[in-house]
Design a protein around this ligand. Structure first.
Ligand code: NAI
Length: 336
């Protein structure tokens, strides 16, 4: 029986993998580690045939080399992104597979939830009413119907988010260097999108070109009072510039599911720590910021799809078959 070592696991990861693995004609032995994969923990994978990792694991060259030394031939990322994998180091040593699209609706709906909650101050209302405070002053929102949504990156998730915005009666602008026509969506240059949109939502990948796409210069051009929603990758936004824009009213609010330095922070209970990330502490303390910890993917449907695709890729690999989920050289050029 082939053995898979899972890193950075939480109880919700195990449910669907165990259920679907039990249904396979050739099931795997699943070994669960809560530790993140990093040079110090890679030794846990010794004796396994495959490693399954997640968004904040460190799969740099030293980890790739250790895994290869332990005889591991495949790394299965149970996520879409792979910016944390050194693909150059992996080339010729480890096959890398991922789950390219497991549930675009999950992320699009979470982006919509952040948009609505930040706009209508739902997070503040929740905190107040739990404290038996029923004062509604300061919770003023806006009507989305007739407003303009600007979507950066019209791939699988951006398209679904556009449909949700259209359902709210919003006008939709989009920016994508590789545009694909969609009814009712007007593709415009990024500068035009930023200057016209009441809500800006990021759905492009993190690449060398998109690193700090939303920086101080970009924020100077946004429509005053816009909302910024980021469910894509934290480093698309310069956090210092974001804080300044929230401070001076350039942005009316931000809904964030990702943060550029989230790696050692998200998915952990750090409520007892005193030495905290300064920028993150500033952001979460702001009344007009709603931050979730990279949970946009976290739906029943997505978890089932992630487990099904990952097990299918691993089964195909160990039968010597090709899988569409393999990360190829072209992907390496696009991602950082
Ligand atoms: P996708 O590959 O289907 O679409 C990405 C789109 O971005 C493409 O249309 C591409 O042409 C466009 N793009 C590339 N460079 C761009 C640029 N410089 N400016 C604007 N657009 C650009 O990807 P998908 O599935 O829609 O995912 C988008 C992103 O969502 C992923 O890269 C990932 O970072 C993030 N994500 C976040 C999750 C979460 O739980 N928060 C879960 C899954 C994905």
């Amino acid at each position: 029986m082939k053995k898979i070592a899972f890193f950075d696991t939480k109880p919700y990861d195990r449910v669907w993998f165990e259920r679907l693995n039990a249904e396979l004609s050739e099931p795997f032995e699943l070994v669960w580690y809560e530790s993140r994969l990093r040079p110090e923990t890679a030794c846990l994978a010794e004796g396994a045939d495959a490693v399954c990792a997640f968004v904040n694991d460190d799969i740099s060259a030293s980890v790739v080399n250790l895994l290869a030394d332990y005889g591991i031939s495949i790394l299965a990322m149970r996520c879409a992104g792979f910016s944390n994998v050194d693909l150059d180091a992996a080339c010729g040593k480890l096959t890398v597979v991922r789950v390219p699209a497991y549930s675009p609706d999950s992320i699009a709906e979470h982006a919509a939830a952040l948009m609505l909650a930040v706009d209508r101050r739902i997070h503040r209302a929740y905190a107040r009413t739990r404290d038996y405070n029923f004062n509604i002053a300061g919770l003023e929102g806006t009507v989305l119907r007739g407003k303009c949504a600007g979507i950066v990156g019209m791939g699988r998730i951006g398209v679904q988010f556009a449909k949700l915005c259209q359902a709210f009666g919003m006008r939709v602008l989009a920016y994508d260097p590789y545009p694909t026509a969609m009814d009712g969506v007007n593709f415009v240059p990024l500068a035009e999108l930023l200057s016209q949109s009441d809500v800006i939502s990021l759905h492009c990948p993190l690449t060398k070109e998109t690193y700090h796409l939303i920086d101080a210069a970009a924020l100077q051009t946004v429509k005053r009072g816009a909302l910024l929603i980021n469910t894509s990758r934290g480093a698309l936004v310069d956090s210092n510039a974001l804080i300044d824009a929230l401070n001076d009213g350039t942005l009316r609010g931000a809904g964030l599911d990702v943060y550029e330095e989230e790696g050692d922070i998200f998915y952990e209970d750090l409520s007892d720590t005193v030495d905290r990330d300064e920028q993150l502490s500033i952001l979460v303390a702001k009344p007009n910021v709603l931050l979730t910890a990279h949970q946009a993917f976290l739906t029943e449907e997505a978890l089932e799809s992630i487990a099904a695709t990952t097990l299918k890729s691993l089964t195909a690999f160990f039968h010597g078959e090709h899988t569409d989920c393999e990360v190829c050289a072209a992907d390496r050029k696009r991602s950082i």
